[in-house]
Design a protein around this ligand. Structure first.
Ligand SMILES: C[S@@+](CC[C@H](N)C(=O)[O-])C[C@H]1O[C@@H](n2cnc3c(N)ncnc32)[C@H](O)[C@@H]1O
Length: 201
């Protein structure tokens, strides 16, 4: 991680009064509680703040105000805290690791609420591959949470949700982009240094 990014990451934690700056491997943290999903997971690292904001800025405002935001692999909750600054209908983070989920919960409790525009902010402890995604329009954020096999299962659960609307996918560090692009119904709308954005109607 470049020095400028490291100091921006520490500044985020200082300004919000939280702890999100860390690099952790689930196999070191709580391997006995993550089941077979642990074998498909990457490590924990918080999203660079500037990259997250740049990705969100590519979304039409209409998509933000009509959608539920879901952070797939919420870690310590940085992307959830940032997403809550925008007028999403709801912001939810789903996290596999009980240890990281606990830290995210404490962070949400401690963080300055005056920064929030979204009033419905939730955290779920679970496996994103088989979770029941909320109906309607969704903005799904992925910061390289897992391998291709887990990506395929997660996309299946997202697209087979009840009463689906439009799905936007924001993908930072898109190492499994080929899996998304093998389905022509995912339309690549933006590609930048901060990641990729897709739309599925
Ligand atoms: C690179 S971190 C991203 C953290 C957070 N989204 C952020 O941007 O600050 C990836 C996270 O995905 C989680 N993860 C991996 N596989 C998962 C799964 N099947 N279900 C839920 N979370 C998962 C990991 O535990 C880790 O916290």
């Amino acid at each position: 991680m470049p020095n400028s990014e490291r100091s921006a990451s520490r500044r985020f934690d200082h300004d919000y009064g939280v702890t999100t700056h860390a690099i952790l491997f689930l196999t070191d943290l709580d391997p006995e509680h993550v089941g077979d999903a642990g074998a498909h997971a990457t490590h924990y690292e918080a999203v660079p703040v500037g990259d997250f904001r740049a990705l969100i800025s590519e979304l039409p405002m209409e998509a933000i105000v009509t959608s539920t935001f879901v952070d797939v692999g919420a870690g310590m909750g940085r992307a959830v805290l940032l997403a809550a600054e925008y007028p999403f209908k709801q912001v939810t983070g789903i996290e596999l690791s009980p240890g990281l989920y606990e830290v995210a919960r404490e962070n949400l409790e401690r963080a300055d609420r005056s920064r929030r525009t979204c009033r419905d902010v939730r955290l779920v402890r679970g496996d994103a591959r088989s979770w029941s995604y909320p109906p309607g329009n969704l903005v799904v954020f992925l910061y390289n949470p897992f391998d291709g096999e887990a990506m395929r299962a997660t996309l299946g659960s997202i697209l087979h949700r009840r009463n689906p609307g439009t799905t936007w996918l924001l993908y930072h560090t898109p190492v499994e982009r080929d899996i998304i692009e093998s389905d022509p119904n995912w339309q690549l709308t933006t590609s930048s240094r901060s990641g990729l954005m897709y739309r599925h109607d």
